[in-house]
Write a protein that binds this ligand. Structure first.
Ligand code: 13P
Length: 266
C-alpha cells in the first residue's frame, strides 16, 4: 500500500517567528509517529531554521523550488544540492504559480512561466541531489471547460518527467492541482479528483511500468480544508494532499492530517 503523504506549501507566507510558532503548535497536535508522511515547505530563506524546528518531530521538510544547474554564475538561484544541504527531503517543482503566475507577460498578457522542459531539468537535478520531487500538474479552467483535462495532464506528465529514470516509486511524488481550485475555495469534487488521479497513474504506468506506477504517491491540491479532506482522501488513487492556505493554521493542517489518517483507515 502507498503511504499517504500530506504536505503544507507555505508559498510566500509567514515570517520566521510565525513559522516557528506554527511548527511548535503542530508539534503538540500531531501524533508522535503518524501512520502517514507529513512535510512543510517554507520559503528557501527559512529552510535552515525550520529544519532545526522540526528536528525531533515526524515532520519532514520540503523546498518550493530549486534550479536545474549544479553551480555557477546564476545570481539568486539555489541548486538542488544546496536545498538538500538544509535538511530537505522534498522539493516542489512545477507548481502552477510558477507555470502560470510568476514570470514576464507576452504580448497577449499571458505569463511566460516555467515550461515542462524546465521542470524536467529541475526534476533530474533534484533526483541527482537525493531529493524527492513533488511534481505538480493541473489543468486551467479553460482547459477543463474545453474537455482537455486528460490531454493536458498527459502532456505535463510526459514533459515534466522527460529523461527521468526511476529506481523506486518512493523517489517521486506527483501533485494534481487543478489551477481553478487553487486558492479559490472551490475544490475538485472527489469524483473529479479520482478521475484525474486515475488518468495520471495510467500515464505513469505507460512511462515507468504498472508496478512502479502503483507505488507512486499522487497528492491532490486545491482548496483542501479539514471539512473536505476525508471525502477527497477516501478516493482510491488520492494518496494525500498538497495544502496551501490551510497549512498556515496549525488546527486546520492537523485536521487535514487527521482526516487523511481516518479516510485511509490507518
Ligand atoms: P490552496 O490550498 O490555498 O488552494 O493552495 C493549494 C496549493 O497551491 C498547494 O500547493
Amino acid at each position: 500500500m502507498r503511504r499517504p503523504f500530506v504536505a503544507g506549501n507555505w508559498k510566500m507566507n509567514l515570517d520566521l517567528a510565525t513559522g516557528r510558532a506554527l511548527v511548535s503548535e503542530l508539534r503538540t497536535r500531531l501524533p508522535a509517529s503518524p501512520p502517514i508522511d507529513v512535510a512543510i515547505c517554507p520559503p528557501h530563506i527559512y529552510l535552515f531554521p525550520m529544519a532545526k524546528a522540526v528536528a525531533d518531530t515526524p515532520i519532514r521538510l520540503g523546498a518550493q523550488n530549486c534550479f536545474h544547474e549544479s553551480s555557477g554564475a546564476f545570481t539568486g538561484e539555489v541548486s538542488a544540492a544546496m536545498v538538500k544541504e538544509t535538511g530537505c527531503t522534498y522539493v516542489i517543482l512545477g507548481h502552477s504559480e510558477r507555470r502560470h503566475t510568476i514570470g514576464p507577460k507576452d504580448a497577449s498578457g499571458r505569463v511566460q512561466g516555467e515550461t515542462d522542459a524546465m521542470i524536467a531539468a529541475k526534476c533530474r537535478a533534484a533526483m541527482s541531489a537525493g531529493l524527492v520531487p513533488i511534481v505538480c500538474v493541473g489543468e486551467t479552467l479553460e482547459e477543463r471547460d474545453r474537455d482537455q483535462t486528460e490531454a493536458v495532464l498527459s502532456r505535463q506528465i510526459d514533459g515534466s518527467l522527460a529523461g527521468i529514470a526511476l529506481d523506486g516509486p518512493e523517489k517521486l511524488v506527483i501533485a494534481y492541482e487543478p489551477v481553478w481550485a487553487i486558492g479559490t475555495g472551490r475544490n475538485a469534487t472527489p469524483e473529479q479528483a479520482q478521475a484525474a488521479h486515475r488518468h495520471l497513474r495510467g500515464r505513469l504506468a505507460e512511462r515507468f511500468g504498472r508496478g512502479m506506477a502503483d507505488g507512486i504517491r499522487i497528492q491532490y491540491g486545491g482548496s483542501v480544508k479539514p471539512d473536505n479532506a476525508i471525502t477527497l482522501m477516501k478516493e482510491a488513487d488520492v494518496d494525500g494532499a498538497l495544502v496551501g492556505g490551510a497549512s498556515l493554521k496549525a488546527s486546520d493542517f492537523a485536521g487535514i492530517i487527521e482526516g487523511c489518517i481516518r479516510a485511509k483507515g490507518l
